[in-house]
Design a protein around this ligand. Structure first.
Ligand SMILES: *Cc1c(COP(=O)(O)O)cnc(C)c1O
Length: 391
């Protein structure tokens, strides 16, 4: 049995997305900047997609800018807010310690340019406290950027409350909603979101398409990529029409089916949590219920996450130790460290992220395999042995 349980890293492309994509390869292959019919047909595809995506977010089409994905949207959001802040002498940015590296590394760059970066704690349950945001906001705050849901431990942040606070204090608010889009309901107006990033491949569209939403009049975008006048001059490069059309179709499909998918996926998540917490010396990371419907994240003391992943792969289970971007490095995840886990515990992490394409039989297979593999690894682990002796 082959079980794909790494949907937080990327997802299978849905048939709906493929059906939207194919005509853009075979018929509507024009360049949307071209005057002729081929170009205009492609341009219509793109504007149709923009409208669909805007509707899913309760935004306006003109507030949607297409990017190459979540990372580019995050970079452009932060760099734009920083540039606007700098003009007004505001060089303070508030974010959190467990953001995606697309945010954290851009903040590092801004720090070198003289911005004061304040990373709020997320506490053992992996949730930002509103009071901390409130206390951190000052007269020189240019931006608050807090992710909607964490990509490793799945915890969901109080976005509407943070949005309302930022609105009241006149501070720009950006959220990296890459893990949330298509999985949790988003309403940029009701949640007072000024800027939002999303990425198609996290909700069953192909890789390489994303969106930066910017509320009209919130902040002028600066170009991360220079060149042509695409996307109102804010993002050069011939648009990825097949990817954009597929992303819109996939987002609409996910939003239309959100209730039914959430019920199915969160039931599988909760079965996994209940089953895996039976393993001795296991710790569930993140909040038990306030987490993405498909996210499960555990640490198993005394073992190495990487060895666990290799053995699970041999048993047909595709999982992750956390972020796909940090796999291959031996540093423990910054997310797990941010919720206060010790280095040696954070090393033994396992993230299972399920989707509506998983089945109950696949969950059975995971629940039968993981305890057995953890037991086998522990029986070979000197760390586990000394932990047991120390008791
Ligand atoms: C995947 C992910 C990104 C990056 O998106 P890409 O489209 O892969 O560049 C950014 N933020 C979060 C929270 C993610 O999960």
């Amino acid at each position: 049995m082959q079980v794909y349980a790494d949907n937080a890293a990327t997802t299978k492309v849905s048939q709906t997305a493929i059906d939207a994509l194919l005509p853009c390869l075979t018929d509507k292959y024009g360049n949307p900047s071209s005057i002729h019919g081929f170009g205009q047909a492609a341009a219509r595809e793109m504007e149709n997609a923009r409208e669909i995506i805007a509707q899913c977010l309760n935004a306006e089409p003109r507030e949607i800018t297409f990017t190459s994905g979540g990372s580019e949207a995050d970079n452009q959001a932060l760099l734009s807010a920083a540039a606007a802040g700098e003009k007004k002498g505001k060089k303070h940015i508030i974010s959190t310690a467990f953001e995606h590296h697309a945010i954290l590394h851009t903040l590092d760059k801004l720090k070198k340019q003289g911005f004061r970066i304040e990373l709020l704690p997320v506490y053992p349950e992996g949730i930002v406290h509103l009071e901390d945001v409130e206390k951190a906001i000052g007269d020189d705050t240019a931006l608050v950027s807090i992710m909607y849901a964490n990509n490793e431990i799945g915890t969901i942040q109080p976005i509407a409350e943070i949005g309302a606070l930022c609105k009241e204090r006149g501070v720009l608010f950006h959220t990296d909603a890459v893990q949330a889009a298509g999985h949790l309901s988003i309403d940029v107006k009701a949640q007072s979101i000024d800027m939002l990033s999303l990425s198609g491949h996290k909700f069953h569209a192909p890789k390489g398409s994303g969106v930066l939403y910017v509320r009209s009049g919130a902040v002028p975008l600066i170009n991360v990529i220079e060149g042509g006048a695409q996307e109102r001059g804010k993002r050069a490069g011939t648009e990825n029409i097949p990817g954009i059309a597929a992303m819109a179709a996939a987002l609409k499909e996910s939003c239309d089916n959100m209730e039914i998918n959430t019920a199915k996926v969160s039931a599988m998540r909760d079965r996994l949590i209940r089953g895996l917490e039976q393993i001795p010396e296991s710790v569930l990371n993140g909040h038990r219920t306030n987490r993405l419907p498909g996210n499960v994240n555990f640490c198993f003391k005394g073992i190495e996450g990487e060895s666990l992943l290799l053995m699970l792969d041999r048993a047909g289970i595709a999982a992750s130790s956390g972020s796909a971007c940090t796999s291959g490095s031996l540093d423990p995840s910054h997310v797990l460290l941010s919720i206060g886990l010790a280095h040696e515990v954070a090393h033994g992490s396992l993230r299972l992220s399920v989707s509506e394409y998983n089945t109950e039989e696949e969950i059975d297979h995971i629940l039968a395999t993981v305890p057995e593999v953890v037991g086998r690894l522990r029986s070979m682990s000197p760390v586990w042995e000394s932990m047991q002796k120390g008791k």
